[in-house]
Write a protein that binds this ligand. Structure first.
Ligand code: SAM
Length: 256
């Protein structure tokens, strides 16, 4: 079957590599696993053999038929459709689950948004990601990839780069490099107001990435609040830690 570019299809078939990935995920028999884009099912094969509760959501109708034929015992485990539209309570009710996927790189951000929406149900996520995107997710104020995405990811997750996977392992071979990454939720419950304000602050500050933060703070804080900050206002946004962003977020003007 020809890979379809519009679905971001770059398949992984190397058994040893896939076993390494599953070992890194540390999949156990009582795990509930949701795989995004099982594709031709090579990773799936290892997962269904280990865990009792597996679901895979696949957008490509041809691959869905292929998967159902390949795994006749798990025929009901495959859902045809778009991960971004999936309501996980339809498969796992209120139970927590793990998310795994060699995902289509062009929808990495929307997939992270989907995970954020279902944060409290997700035990952890393991994704193959384009290297640059992965480094942005895992970035901190001491790394060159640090940006808005890093701050939000660092607020929500412990992000760990587990493995570099070279292009040759993919079929067809992508132009970009890849990293396999774990996202482990840091919180039981997200404080939505704090997250909303953090997003507002990071958007405002990173929009003027090369400028000192003193240039952008007035857009989001009252003058009196700026005076209260225990921060060097000559810093640029990519020199601020998560805690410093949170200090600013706590004083943000209400949007009404
Ligand atoms: N897991 C397989 C592997 O590792 O060989 C396939 C990985 S391939 C990079 C991405 C898979 O996601 C493809 O099978 C593609 O059809 C599927 N896909 C693309 N967009 C999707 C979406 N919005 N929802 C669910 N699956 C999607």
């Amino acid at each position: 079957m020809q890979a379809k570019k519009r679905f971001g299809q770059n398949f992984l078939t190397d058994k040893k590599l896939l076993e390494d990935l599953v070992n890194l995920i540390n999949v156990a028999s009582n795990d509930r696993v949701l795989e995004i884009g099982p594709g031709k099912g090579d990773l799936t094969k290892i997962l269904v053999n280990i865990c009792d509760s597996y679901f895979g959501i696949e957008l490509d109708k041809d691959l869905l038929i292929f998967l159902k034929k390949k795994f006749p015992k798990n025929i009901n485990a495959f859902i045809g459709g778009d991960i971004l539209k999936l309501n996980p309570s339809e498969i796992y009710a209120s139970k927590e689950f793990r998310v795994i996927g060699n995902i289509p790189y062009n929808i990495s951000s929307p997939i992270l948004d989907w995970c954020e929406k279902h944060y409290e149900k997700i035990l952890d996520m393991h994704f193959m990601l384009q290297k640059e995107f992965a480094l942005r997710c895992a970035g901190n104020e001491k790394t060159s990839s640090y940006g808005r995405l890093s701050v939000i990811c660092n607020y929500l997750y412990e992000v760990t780069i587990l493995k570099e996977v070279s292009k040759e392992f993919f079929n067809p071979e992508p132009k970009v490099d890849s990293l396999f990454v774990r996202f482990y939720p840091k919180k039981k419950k997200v404080n939505q107001k704090e997250l909303h304000n953090l997003k507002k602050v990071t958007r405002a500050l990173f929009n003027k990435k090369r400028k000192k933060i003193s240039n952008s703070l007035e857009d989001i804080l009252h003058k009196e609040s700026i005076k209260k900050l225990n921060l060097n206002l000559n810093l640029r946004p990519d020199e601020l830690s998560l805690n410093e962003f949170l200090q600013i977020s706590a004083l943000v003007k209400d949007d009404g």
